[in-house]
Ligand binder design. Sequence first.
Ligand SMILES: Cc1ncc(COP(=O)(O)O)c(C=O)c1O
Length: 496
Amino acid sequence: MYDFKSIKLDKNQSQHLYIQLYKKIKELILQGHLMEEERLLPVRKMAKTLEVNNVTVVKAYEILEKEGLVYKRIGSGTYIAKELPQELNNEDDISKHQASVKNQLMEQGHVKVEKNMINFASATPSAELFPVEDFKRVLNEVLDRDKGHAFDYQEGKGYYPLRSVLNKYIKHYGIEADTESIQIISGAQQGIDIISKALINYGDYVVIESPSYTGAMAAFHSRGAKIIDIPLQKDGLDLETLEKKIKIYKPRFIYVMPNFQNPTGISYSISKKKEILNICKRHNIYIVEDDYLSDLDFNSNDSTTLKKLDNHEIVIYVKSFSKIFMPGLRLGFLVIPSKLHHNLLMAKHTTDISTSGLLQRAFELYLNKGIWQKHLAYMEEQYKERFLLMEESINQYFPKYVDCQLPLGGVNFWLKLPKGFSSNKLYERAVKENVIFAPGNLFFMGNQDEGYFRLSIASVNPSEIKYGIKLLGNLIGEYIDNKEELRKDITIKPIL
Ligand SMILES: Cc1ncc(COP(=O)(O)O)c(C=O)c1O
């Protein structure tokens, strides 16, 4: 008989005790610690053993029963089901996916960039776009003004004047928050990591888009989360599947990029943005919104964030500046629902105590002096030129059977070779010609190569785009035209 005393529930956690208990028992069943037909402790005995009240146990058993994991025998008690529901039998697939995340990260490191390469792989701006001189001036001003204080530990939430100016900044995006809700982070990646640290218990489920940002998948995985990926449609997540999966897995949160998603460039329709909020509100689930790019809106005119639409404090907003400023600064911020302030602050503290005070102070001056607006306008102009050139070059040089949904903004173009062709093979050929891109398998949990690839405009200068796309177009043509036997599978679709 399993020793139920070893189940630990945390009364200080924001998650209800009955949900915690339901998840623990489910985990024990899935891991084989509780066997079919084994009897769970009667309600009162379980409640006494775990020092919770009877209702907690009753509610946990009810959810387990609803999911078909246990059943009741009248007058006898609650037993583990003889057969697990089909939906849960794909747990094996889930673990396989988890294992492949590590490989993906390693593979990501494989996209090696040599100096003479045309780099469509990196989604971070090239160094010649960095405002070095302007930043040098604000750094010097901070050092003259604050002297040694610039090198003190900063408060964990972040330098107050910076949080305050950021609060004004997000009002331009329609986000209403108080300064206390703003947490400075050392880059969005750290934000995602501390959210995971604060919210995920080993074995919890997290829902993501498929494909998704590799760095986030790796962070969730490192905290022991089981990741459920849901296919993206042209206008955002498949909502029917989302709600179904939420009902089955009761995830801790869903992680989404509603504007110019990485890697697909997809933007959610406004109706999907609203509906996702409704679904998550209905099921009491947080949404982690990664806004790494909504500033670069070239065609949509509606890069509304979920945070702007969030009336119920369920969105944790993550903002990175890496794509529009200097990634090596390692600065970003979160806007956090009030219930989570404390937990996230604790997670931040145990990670790095605080983000560099010197850089926060310099960035505050940079924003307050209005240099930021000038820089943003400059970056928009630079990226727009590249964006239009890319669109034109793909239209001109790529065979028509390469599929692409034109993004409405951002820096990524997501393309697909005809069925049966591998983007990894294309990559191998392209590297030999000194052109690189990001093969699509990097962004899928299962690491599958279905012919997708991502081209980014962030690190290529305009003079390289036409040449690079023409070369890639020729390589695609050669690769595909040499495979006569596969040509019958090709669906000819007009591009863009
Ligand atoms: C979608 C997404 N989120 C977060 C990050 C991490 O950003 P940061 O440099 O601010 O940590 C990246 C970096 O590539 C990204 O693509």
